[in-house]
Design a protein around this ligand. Structure first.
Ligand SMILES: Cc1cc2nc3c(=O)[nH]c(=O)nc-3n(C[C@H](O)[C@H](O)[C@H](O)COP(=O)(O)O)c2cc1C
Length: 165
């Protein structure tokens, strides 16, 4: 199964998480989404997409430019897993909202989403990425829970690999 990891990151937190994920799935590199074209998304069986959230619930800038490219790709029959960086203490009402934007674009492209997560262990008020009692991807919080990031990623990648088979 060909796996591609694409991320948008402003201060490096999402990039670090993407590199950790890449090491765990045995990939060669994670790609800044600004360098990706539609064909790069379509070439993968499993896409792992990461973004941070800025402003008040805004998708990270690099992705804002690439979102149309993602939603316009033909991802029928492909699996997509999402992760998002955010700050649940300072932005409790828009925690990791960016995950929802990536989710909607991937669904428009015809992909099946894997890697939904429980909200156990997070303390937030609202998130567009929290739907029917689950996050649409893996939330990570380097500001408040950096000590949990590695373990969260490891458990999530195990789940994603099982669900993507
Ligand atoms: C001005 C500003 C606005 C932010 N807005 C949000 C937000 O709405 N929701 C959220 O969950 N995190 C928010 N964050 C936190 C960032 O998403 C977090 O710092 C993240 O780790 C940055 O990842 P990056 O370095 O990959 O861009 C904000 C941070 C700043 C400085």
């Amino acid at each position: 199964m060909k796996t591609g990891i694409f991320y948008g990151s402003t201060t490096g937190n999402t990039e670090n998480a993407a590199n950790l994920i890449c090491a765990l799935v045995g990939g060669s590199h994670a790609t800044p989404v600004g360098d990706a074209e539609k064909a790069d998304f379509e070439a993968c069986d499993l896409l792992i997409l990461g973004a941070s959230t800025w402003g008040l619930g805004d998708l990270q800038d690099d992705w804002a430019d690439s979102l149309n490219c993602l939603s316009g790709a033909n991802l029928g029959g492909k699996k997509v897993a999402l992760f998002g960086l955010g700050d649940q203490e300072s932005y409790p009402g828009t925690f990791v909202d960016g995950i929802k934007d990536l989710h909607d674009a991937a669904v428009r492209a015809g992909a099946s989403i894997v890697g939904l997560c429980s909200a156990d262990g997070y303390d937030f008020q609202d998130s567009t990425a929290f739907v029917d009692g689950q996050f649409l991807g893996l939330p990570l919080d380097e500001e408040n829970q950096s000590e949990l990031t590695e373990e969260r990623i490891q458990m999530w990648i195990d789940q994603v690999c099982r669900e993507a088979q």
